[in-house]
Design a protein around this ligand. Structure first.
Ligand SMILES: [Zn+2]
Ligand SMILES: [Zn+2]
Length: 458
């Protein structure tokens, strides 16, 4: 696929746009991305090249400032860059308080913001910069996820954690020397994010095959190059020991994932059932007040689970599958609503709204869906055969130092079971292995089998 399909004349590391063979116009609005060792210190020249003048404000946290920020700042100032600094208090979250803190420390003549840190700092600065109409420079201190290269920030407002769609950064300096010095478990989470693109790829393709969701081969090829670069034993081994070359591959892989999603215009091409399981498990961890795992850790485990589901689905025999049995086991709307109320509590009404036109309980509709799934199985098998399987990615996660089972995330057997039944309900317009397993009437059997394979039962 990669060799066959190349986007001609496009430098993916700069803002770009092109008319695609799929019929759509694709854009990547990020200003410029530089990946490599010691690129953070080139900030003054990069700003000059982009025509960005005026005074900047560096926002970071206390630990990162001490380890990296102070020295970087001195280097920039030596090159006459006008820049002030604000260090977020320890224990800050991406919420109103952090936003207010930064705002109160801005001087009137601040022309742009620079974030130096992990997801929390980057998300908060991007949010504030977008709301104030200021350009934003991002310098990630660890490569835990692909969010550094997107326009999305997870911000807590009124105690509610939500994803906000904002402006893309004007400049991203992904300094592989800095990232390589981060605790290895953080970059190992980045490996989790990369392998999540494998299960997402099959989910996305199933959406095309069964639900006619929009699909694009250029996006697919870009996502394939992300997987090729970032998902390998060699990269996993390098990440475990902070090898800068492996860090470079991981960083480039995650940037490519962001490019693919920007082209597509939304996330289904890089976010399948494993991301929905992640959202559900975050809710479980919050409800029980246990420490939250990193996004990349969660979606990496989610990818192992999702690829196991695909293994079960693709092993079915479309010739002898008992369609009537699947239809007989179908739930009515009331039973489904009871389940949603039990697991989502006060959030249940929102789910009913989301699924009003999406989740059908009509046996005729279900029968058509089953037919289309069975017809799609050979093509899906071919797609999956070209990608690493669940056992392989579990091995890479372990080598990198990332969790690979829900148990390691503190998720209980009951929560895993419930997530297989209900995690998919938080979104409409998506399609994935969880929907297919329900449509085929396999949820009881598959969830029991998965709990055994994930070490909950003997
Ligand atoms: Zn396209
Ligand atoms: Zn993700």
């Amino acid at each position: 696929m990669m060799e066959e399909w190349k986007v001609k004349g496009v430098d993916i590391y700069k803002k770009h746009a092109f008319d695609c063979r799929c019929g759509r116009h694709h854009t990547m609005p990020v200003g410029k991305v530089v990946i490599g060792p010691d690129v953070a210190r080139t900030l003054p020249t990069q700003l000059e090249a982009l025509g960005m003048t005026g005074k900047g404000m560096l926002v970071t946290d206390a630990v990162v400032y001490q380890v990296l920020g102070e020295a970087l700042l001195a280097q920039w100032q030596e090159e006459d860059l006008a820049v002030s600094v604000y260090t977020l208090p320890e224990g800050s979250r991406s919420d109103e308080r952090a936003l207010g803190n930064i705002l109160c420390h801005l001087s009137e003549d601040t022309g742009f913001l620079i974030s130096l840190g992990g997801g929390m700092v980057t998300d908060t600065v991007r949010y504030l910069a977008s709301r104030m109409g200021l350009p934003c420079v991002a310098i990630p201190s660890a490569m835990t996820m692909d969010g550094f290269f997107t326009n999305m920030s997870v911000i807590i407002i009124d105690d509610l954690q939500k994803t906000h769609y904002l402006d893309y950064p004007t400049l991203i300096l992904a300094d592989t020397a800095i990232i390589a010095s981060a605790p290895p478990r953080m970059n190992a989470a980045g490996i989790g994010e990369v392998v999540s693109k494998i299960s997402a790829a099959i989910d996305w393709y199933s959406g095309k095959m069964v639900k006619d969701l929009y699909y694009c081969e250029a996006v697919e090829a870009m996502m394939a190059s992300c997987i090729e670069k970032g998902a390998s034993q060699e990269t996993a081994e390098g990440i475990a020991v902070g090898n800068p070359v492996a860090v470079g591959r991981l960083t480039d892989a995650l940037y490519r994932s962001a490019v693919a999603m920007a082209w597509y215009g939304s996330s289904p091409c890089g976010s399948g059932a494993e991301h929905q399981l992640n959202h559900y498990w975050v809710m479980c961890q919050e409800n029980r007040g246990i420490p939250q795992s990193m996004h990349g850790q969660m979606v990496g485990v989610g990818a192992v689970v999702n690829l196991k589901l695909w293994q079960y689905i693709l092993a079915l025999d479309e010739g002898t599958f008992d369609i009537q049995k699947a239809l007989d086991s179908m739930w009515g709307e009331r039973k489904w609503q009871e389940g949603i109320r039990r697991v989502y509590g006060t959030g249940a009404e929102e789910i009913f709204d989301v699924q009003r036109d999406n989740h059908s309980f009509d046996p005729v509709v279900r029968q058509q869906e089953i037919h289309r799934i069975l017809e799609a199985l050979p093509a899906l098998r071919e797609k999956a055969a070209a990608l690493p399987n669940a056992d392989t990615i579990a091995r890479w996660l372990a080598i990198a130092g990332a969790p690979r089972t829900p148990k390691e995330l503190g998720i209980t057997e009951e929560e895993l079971m419930d997530s297989l039944y209900y995690a998919k309900e938080s979104r409409a317009g998506r399609y994935n292995a969880l929907w297919i397993i329900e449509a085929l009437g396999l949820l009881p059997e598959v969830s029991a089998r998965l709990c055994r394979e994930m070490g909950y039962r003997e």
